[in-house]
Each structure stands twice: as structure tokens, then as C-alpha cells.
Design a protein around this ligand. Structure first.
Ligand code: ADP
Length: 662
């Protein structure tokens, strides 16, 4: 049986706040800061005193910036707002500086669509922006260089023409040409130096084959390769990117002469033979043909894997939080102590038997709680407020339909700006199933001890009597006492065996020893103890020649259990029918009695461990283990077990097992 997982609500509540990602929660039209984690406080350059304040009072330097208006809009419309690379002027350590952020104002809604909280998550991306600016500057410079080169090229062409036309000026022209070529070489050299020295990843690819012409150390690091790739076509240098779309993009850039800007594109690259995921921002910039008519593509790239992952992990935390709540069937709520109003999740209301659309107040909660628990829980709440601690309580509640459910609750106070506890946040879990199981176990222990006492009493009485008559000549009373003792011991042995079997079953140690046997033959000799007694007649019907491959002894044990139960619980019926038939590729064995039958409510439970129906009077005995053990044996054989019954007409217990199972 599955007992619900106990999740420490305190941990759950803290998940967001221990997160390294800046997080804050706001509420109300004035965007009151309910809470902000350390990472957010660091971004703002503020301390914990900002909680409880309105956003603009807490961070006045944002007054003339658009954030408050955006937040107000999110609050009034319930629409989440997300933005990237946004600049904000913030005062940190007394200095106003420009920072860049990717951020989200996520509206968390009530059921009626109004906003309940705004969850603000932010990442500082100032470094990324700085890098971008550098890239932009560099590519501007590079553009200038390219233009210079072009001009030089023209000059060279012109000089060349001149050279062709005027033979007599040969010497001078050659000098000219040499100086031009020198300049070109120098520029080329400059260009290479620039690429190589660039603080960002840069490379250039030559011609339609995309031969790696220059690649600086940053680009090699992103590629996970070394300098040996220079001179190779890109598809040989980075064979792993073949089906990732980059080669096609490059080809297109080359053919159409249009630059391409990639944003957070995913590449899987082999680094030391290990596929590694990278997210990249990059530019593919085609150049004009050089003096040899060769075109290049210049690559400038930034590895943004960390930012992308960081952003993913914040939304992961949020979804994980929600999943944890849902999976644990955890309800959560916030109580406004003065008014007694509550903002609760659907699951929270459900734990108290309320529908999602119904209003559920703090007074309803105490109304539902069993009266004898109310004062105790109220005291725990007071104690938590006094000590700023967490309270945990378990109590039964009565739903309006009359049913009883057990709740495990955790709660923690929240304080207003003056330090007065004005709210309680709480989580609840329905632990009814676990409580029932505990109850069943307790019941079982008292039944087991009671059941064991009876044969012990008989045994003790018989031995005491034997002791008293030990000096008398051996006769009928002695014989009777000895047989009574043996019966008592047999019953105890049977019970202890049952308990041992259950232990073995729960530890998965039930051993099945299979052999071929004829089912009809086995049934015709089963339950000899009952046949001998003569009070009940066992009538066997059905197919005589079904052979199965199974554990004969264990299958016999199942039949004996069915027959013993028929005798115990259907003592008026003097006939018990055993039948055997084929059903598909299975054999089906049934035991039918004409006793009192089993009611519809308890029929599904009788195969459960420890289940025994309450029978009036003491005439029945048993630990409620028999049918549980039977069902485990049949399960191990890959078969099915069940019972059909009508009150007043008797019951049929049956099982099936595959015939051809080896
Ligand atoms: P035990 O007999 O030790 O109580 P079992 O697991 O064998 O445990 O049976 C579980 C319960 O199923 C019994 O307590 C009884 O209420 C019910 N039951 C089993 N067999 C019959 C039957 N033939 N007729 C009526 N009730 C039955």
C-alpha cells in the first residue's frame, strides 16, 4: 500500500528563497514587497527592511523608470510580462550604475482570474551586454577595415591598369604595386591580429567550402577543438554539427551575402568525445571578395549557455514547486488572521471537503476539525506566532457529508512591517489512508494476541489438569488432555506459520517450486480433514484431464484456505462445491458455499492484508491473513484471484492460473 509522502512544507516554502536566482513576490495595487530573497536584495543593493514596503518606497531610484508601471499593469491585467536585456539604473553602495536584466513578472492568479501575487525573477546580464557592446564595436572596426581593404583593392586595380597601359613607367609602377601589396598584407595581418586578440570568440571561414581560415582561442574553446582545425573545411573541423542546421545557414550567408544573427541557438558539440550542449549568440558576417576574389564569412560568437541554463532553472524551480504541491496532494493557503479570510488552493479546500469555487474561511476550518482538537491546534498556532516558528499538527476533520478524514498541517506566521503577525501560511496533506493503515495494524496486533491467547489457555488448562492426575493410572482423561494440548499447539503453529508467511511475502521470499500435476486429481484428495469429519460434503465437478505446471503444495494451500473459510463463515451450508474448468489458456478452480455471503462493500477488501470483517460473537477466529496469502501465491503464478457473492445466497471463491507456464 502506498502511504503518502511526507514533505516538509517548510522546505518547500524555502525552495524559492534559497534559490541563487533573484526572486521577489509582490502583492496589491501599490506593489507591496511581500518578500525578496537575498539574491534580489543584492541586485537592488538593499537589505531586508524593504519587505512590507511598497516597491517605489523601497527602491526610489526606480521612480522615473518604467518598472512600476509595468508591475501595476501586470497586477491589474493578470498578464505575465517578460523582457530581456533591459537596462535599469540602480543605486548600489551609494553609486547609481546601469545594469542589464532578463526578468519576468509572473502573475499568479486566483481562481476568479484576479491577481494574487506577482512573482518577480531576474538575472543580471550586464556582463553579456558588455560583451555584446564589445562585439558591436569590434565588428564596426572590422567593417572599417573591410572598407579600407576595398579602397586599397581599388587603388591596386587602378595601379594595375596604369601598369598595363604605361610601359615606360614600369619601374615606378612596380614600386607602387609593391607598396600597395605591403599595405594589403599589413591590413591582412592587422585583421588576423584583431581576430586572434579579440576577447570574444571570432573566426573566419574562407570560400564556399568554408575553410577555417582564422580561429581564435575563444572560438576553439566553444568548438572544443585545437588549432589543428585551421585549414580544414568546417564540416571536417566540426563533423558533429552536420545535421544541426549551421552549415545550411552559412551556405546561405555565403550565397546571398546577407549576415545572420543567431540568438541562443543550441549546438551539440563533441568536447573530448563527449556531446556537450551549448547555447550561442552569434553573427555570421559575409565580407566582400578580397584581391583574389575570395569571399570570407566572419563569425563572432558568445557562449550564453550559463545564462540560458540559469533562466531555465528558475522556471524549473517554479514548476517543480507546483509539481511537488500537486504530487504530494498538498494544499496550501494564506490566512489573514484579522479577517479570517483565506486564499487557498483547490487541493487545500478539497482536504476539508470543500469545492474549489466555494468560499472557505478560517472559521470553517475549525468548524470541520473534531472539537477535542480545536484548542490544541489554536495553542500550536499561538506558539508558532510567539516564536516565529513552524507548527505541525495532525487532526481529524468531519466533512459536510459526514465522512471523517485525517489532516496533517504545517503552518508558519508572516509579519507586517511593525513586526505583528498578520498572516499565516499553511500547507495540508490528507493522511487518512495512512491513519487507516496504522489503525488496521493496531487492530491486527490486538486480534493476533487475542487469537494466540485462546489456544494457550486451552494448553495451560490441559497441562495443569494432567499435572493433577499424573499419579493416577493412565486412562481416558490423560488421553483427552494430551489430544486437547496437541490441538491447541496445532492452532498456534498454524497462526505462527501464517505470520511467518506474511513476513516472507512482504520480503518477497515466497518460494515457488513448480512441477506438472493434474488439477482434478489434486482437488479430489484435498482437505482430507474435512472429509474425515463428515459434517460437510465436498463435491468435485469439472474437467478431469487438465495438467498444470505450478507449485502443487501452494495451490493446495489456497484451496484449503477457501474450503476452511467456507466451513468457518458458511457453517450452515453442508455442501461445498469444488470445480475445475479451462478458461482461455488458464485453468479456473472455484469453491462455492451456500452461507451468509459477503456484502458488496467488504467484498473488494477481503484479499487485503490484515482484513477481517467484524463478525458478531466469538465463533470465528482468524488473523485476516489467509486470503492475502492466497492472493500472493496466485499472483506469483501469474494468475488471478477473486470472489463473487450475494448476501444470503453464498459465495464463490475462485482463482485462475496459466496452464502452460514454465
Ligand atoms: P480470516 O479468516 O483469518 O479472518 P481471511 O483472509 O481468510 O482471514 O478472510 C478474510 C475475511 O473474508 C474473513 O474475515 C471473512 O469476513 C471473509 N470471508 C472469507 N471467506 C468467506 C466465506 N466463504 N463467506 C463469507 N465470508 C468470508
Amino acid at each position: 500500500m502506498n502511504t503518502p509522502q511526507h514533505i516538509n512544507s517548510e522546505e518547500l516554502l524555502s525552495v524559492l528563497f534559497y534559490s541563487p536566482n533573484a526572486t521577489a513576490v509582490y502583492q496589491g495595487e501599490n506593489i507591496k514587497i511581500l518578500t525578496a530573497n537575498q539574491a534580489m536584495l543584492n541586485l537592488w543593493g538593499k537589505d531586508r527592511s524593504v519587505t512590507g514596503k511598497n516597491f517605489i518606497d523601497a527602491i526610489p531610484e526606480l521612480r522615473d523608470q518604467p518598472f512600476l508601471d509595468i508591475l501595476k499593469k501586470v497586477w491589474s491585467t493578470g498578464k505575465t510580462y517578460y523582457a530581456k536585456d533591459t537596462s535599469a539604473m540602480l543605486e548600489v553602495d551609494g553609486i547609481v550604475k546601469e545594469f542589464f536584466f532578463d526578468f519576468e513578472y509572473k502573475a499568479i492568479l486566483n481562481e476568479d482570474g484576479t491577481t494574487r501575487y506577482i512573482l518577480h525573477t531576474a538575472f543580471e546580464v550586464s556582463d553579456r551586454m558588455k560583451a555584446w557592446r564589445l562585439v558591436e564595436e569590434k565588428s564596426l572596426k572590422e567593417q572599417e577595415l573591410i572598407e579600407d581593404l576595398l579602397a586599397l583593392n581599388e587603388e591596386y586595380q587602378a595601379t594595375n591598369e596604369e601598369l598595363m597601359s604605361t610601359n615606360e613607367e614600369l619601374m615606378t609602377s612596380e614600386e607602387n604595386l609593391n607598396s600597395v601589396l605591403e599595405l594589403v598584407n599589413e591590413k591582412e595581418h592587422l585583421f588576423r591580429v584583431m581576430v586572434e586578440q579579440s576577447p570574444v570568440a571570432m573566426a573566419s571561414l574562407k570560400g564556399s567550402e568554408l575553410i577555417v581560415d582564422v580561429a581564435n582561442e575563444h572560438v576553439l574553446k566553444i568548438w572544443g577543438k585545437n588549432i589543428s582545425v585551421v585549414g580544414l573545411p568546417l564540416q571536417e573541423a566540426l563533423p558533429e554539427i552536420k545535421d544541426q542546421g549551421f552549415l545550411e545557414i552559412l551556405k546561405n550567408v555565403y550565397e546571398t551575402d546577407t549576415p545572420f544573427h543567431g540568438k541562443e541557438l543550441r549546438a551539440v558539440i563533441l568536447v573530448d568525445g563527449i556531446p556537450t550542449e551549448r547555447f550561442l549568440n552569434f553573427i555570421y558576417q559575409p565580407t566582400n571578395p578580397d584581391q583574389n576574389g575570395e569571399k570570407y564569412i566572419l563569425i563572432v560568437a558568445i557562449d550564453v549557455t550559463e545564462q540560458v541554463n540559469a533562466r531555465k532553472s528558475v522556471s524549473d524551480v517554479n514548476t517543480r514547486f507546483q509539481i511537488a504541491l500537486d504530487a504530494g496532494k498538498l494544499g496550501s493557503t494564506e490566512v489573514h488572521l484579522a479577517s479570517g479570510t483565506m486564499q487557498s488552493t483547490d487541493q487545500f479546500k478539497k482536504n476539508y471537503g470543500f469545492l474549489p469555487e466555494e468560499d472557505f474561511k478560517y472559521s470553517d476550518l475549525f468548524e470541520a476539525m473534531f472539537p477535542e482538537y480545536r484548542d490544541r491546534v489554536k495553542n500550536l498556532v499561538q506558539e508558532a506566532i510567539r516564536t516565529n516558528g513552524t507548527y505541525t499538527a495532525e487532526y481529524p476533520v468531519k466533512w459536510r457529508d459526514g465522512s471523517t478524514h485525517w489532516i496533517q498541517a504545517h503552518g508558519r506566521p508572516r509579519y507586517d512591517e511593525n513586526g505583528n503577525a498578520d498572516r499565516m501560511v499553511g500547507m495540508t496533506l490528507d493522511i487518512t489512508e495512512k491513519k487507516l493503515f496504522d489503525q488496521q495494524k493496531d487492530d491486527f496486533l490486538s486480534v493476533a494476541s487475542h487469537e494466540l491467547r485462546t489456544p494457550i489457555t486451552i494448553l495451560k488448562a490441559s497441562l495443569q489438569y494432567l499435572d493433577r492426575i499424573k499419579d493416577r493410572p493412565f486412562g481416558e482423561p490423560h488421553r483427552k488432555m494430551i489430544s486437547q494440548s496437541l490441538t491447541g499447539i496445532d492452532r498456534m503453529t498454524e497462526m505462527v506459520d501464517g505470520l511467518l508467511n506474511v513476513r516472507r511475502l512482504t520480503e518477497g521470499q515466497l518460494q515457488i517450486r513448480k512441477n506438472w500435476f493434474n488439477m482434478y486429481d489434486m482437488l479430489s484428495v484435498t482437505c482430507n480433514h474435512i472429509r474425515v469429519e463428515g459434517k460437510y460434503s465436498l463435491i468435485l465437478e469439472g474437467e478431469k484431464d487438465i495438467r498444470v505446471f505450478a507449485d502443487e503444495h501452494r495451490i493446495d494451500q489456497v484451496v484449503i484456505n477457501f474450503v476452511n473459510n467456507a466451513v468457518k463463515y458458511a457453517s450452515d451450508s453442508d455442501k461445498i462445491y469444488l470445480s475445475v474448468s479451462t478458461e482461455g489458456n488458464c485453468v479456473k478452480v472455484s469453491v462455492k458455499d451456500f452461507g451468509e455471503g459477503i456484502s458488496e462493500e467488504i467484498l473488494p477488501k477481503i484479499f487485503d492484508r490484515y482484513y477481517r470483517a467484524s463478525h458478531s460473537g466469538n465463533e470465528y477466529s482468524g488473523l485476516g491473513l489467509g486470503l492475502y496469502i492466497c492472493s500472493e501465491i496466485i499472483k506469483q503464478h501469474g494468475g488471478e484471484i477473486g470472489a463473487d457473492s450475494n448476501i444470503g445466497e453464498g459465495s464463490t471463491f475462485w482463482f485462475t492460473i496459466p496452464i502452460m507456464q514454465k
